[in-house]
Design a protein around this ligand. Sequence first.
Ligand code: AP5
Ligand code: MG
Length: 218
Amino acid sequence: MRIVLVGPPGAGKGTQAAYLAKNLSIPHISTGDLFRANISQGTDLGKRARAFMDAGQLVPDEVTIGMAKDRMAQPDAVGGFLLDGFPRNVGQAEALDGMLRDEGVALDAVLDLEVPEDEVVKRIAGRRICRNDSAHVFHVTYNPPKTEGVCDVCGGELYQRDDDSEETVRTRLEVYHTQTEPIIDYYRTQGLVVTISALGKVTEVTDRAMEALEKSEG
Ligand code: AP5
Ligand code: MG
């Protein structure tokens, strides 16, 4: 399957993507995680992305689209993928359509995670991620690690993301409403959007998502 996950910052895209990708046997591709890996490795791409991320703004399309395309061209993604955080504006959605058309394939669904703003603020405030891999995500109250400050998956140190400050979160939410939400209408015209509530336990949301994706296939 080829799926796009969309939802505001802190909705639980990364958390759900980990389970959904496993259930569906497709790779989880997060442009945010790819940027963070580039930043921690000190690459030129990471250096270009950092200031935009720290400000809560989108990294320019000419950097982002090429990076996403390279990742989607990897052998593990040939049969399908779960995109988390890409596309993030209509220009990126058009570019993705072009890439898929060139390959003679198409998206199966766009899963839209709906969460009220006060909940995303709570989720982001308590989020802790792993130094080794930002796809390893915890929450101090809602999803605490077994040992405080230590990643359950790999033993790495947990820390708070640089862009999770209150001020930057406000900017990220605004960017989501103005630049990313329009892709939901873009995909609605293609009949691809499946909206679910992302409230409740992580496992409940995963079940809801799996059910919605199965229905969308039928
Ligand atoms: P990115 O890393 O994609 O961040 P985001 O979209 O702001 O989303 P988050 O990762 O903050 O939230 P999430 O929905 O993944 O939630 P999570 O699962 O962690 O992007 C960061 C930046 O990179 C952007 O601002 C931009 O600068 C740049 N960028 C990335 N892609 C780009 C693109 N395509 N174009 C341009 N720039 C781009 O969950 C949040 C917390 O809630 C966690 O603590 C989790 O444990 C907890 N939680 C999850 N589910 C539940 C639940 N059901 N109940 C209770 N708690 C829960
Ligand atoms: Mg994420």
